[in-house]
Design a protein around this ligand. Structure first.
Ligand SMILES: [Fe+2]
Length: 239
């Protein structure tokens, strides 16, 4: 995988074509969504009926992941589809599919947000079952959408968007305050990179102050956050 994050201070790859593989940066984010939404239904199902403390803690996390995905898709909607349709008119059907899939996911996320609040109040079994089933459906739609997007849209976007436009997208995305703890997101991002590439990815894609902060306090916060989310899993399972 070739990744170049524009905001990291990593040296520019002068020999590389101006528009190659910038979508790899988004694929890293997609991996986080795959993991967060794959885990979500089981988190709900594992809560003992009546354990409102645990339900309220997870409600905050679940609202965080729905918000994160809404923001991600709104950014893609704002920056991807008009240029793709204008500059690659033959791809109009793929653009239409992406927009339909985003809307379908968004509708389900809205339903999830309502069900989270219904469940968190009393943590009863029926509300948990409804929420977990809806989260299953989001996961199913998301897995399908991300695969379609990475296969049908990203190669086109790599070809039609300039480096300046990709930089602009990242600047826009960074303006949003993350709805989840920042070191949880950073840890998930780092762990989503294949192990053989991870050290190089961290060295080349993260600015030095972030690398240091993660090493000094971030990794520990990330591991603690995972243990709190998944208390029944051994810490080694997250490494
Ligand atoms: Fe998308």
């Amino acid at each position: 995988m070739t990744t170049r994050l524009p905001s990291t201070g990593a040296p520019a790859l002068d020999a590389a074509p101006a528009t190659t593989c910038r979508s790899d940066e988004v694929v890293v984010i997609h991996r986080i969504f795959r993991r967060l939404f794959a885990d979500a239904p089981r988190l709900v199902r594992d809560v003992e009926p009546g354990d409102t403390d645990r339900a309220r803690f997870l409600a905050k996390h679940l609202h965080g992941i729905t918000t994160l995905l809404h923001v991600h898709h709104r950014t893609e909607d704002e920056f991807f589809w008009d240029p793709m349709r204008d500059r690659a008119p033959a791809c109009g059907l793929h653009v239409a599919l992406m927009i339909r899939q985003h809307q379908a996911v968004s509708d389900r996320l809205d339903a999830v947000d309502v069900l989270i609040d219904e469940w968190a109040t009393h943590a009863n079994a029926a509300a948990a079952a409804r929420l977990a089933a809806e989260l299953d459906e989001v996961d199913r739609l998301l897995v399908e959408h991300l695969a379609d997007e990475e296969r049908d849209a990203f190669p086109v976007l790599d070809a039609v968007l300039s480096d300046e436009e990709w930089d602009d997208i990242h600047r826009h995305a960074r303006r949003h305050k993350p709805p989840l703890p920042v070191f949880l997101l950073l840890g998930l991002m780092i762990d989503s990179v294949p192990e053989a590439e991870r050290d190089e990815w961290v060295a080349t894609q993260l600015p030095a102050p972030i690398r240091v902060a993660y090493r000094v306090i971030g990794r520990r916060q990330y591991e603690r956050a995972l243990v709190r989310l998944f208390p029944d899993r051994a810490a080694a399972a997250f490494a």
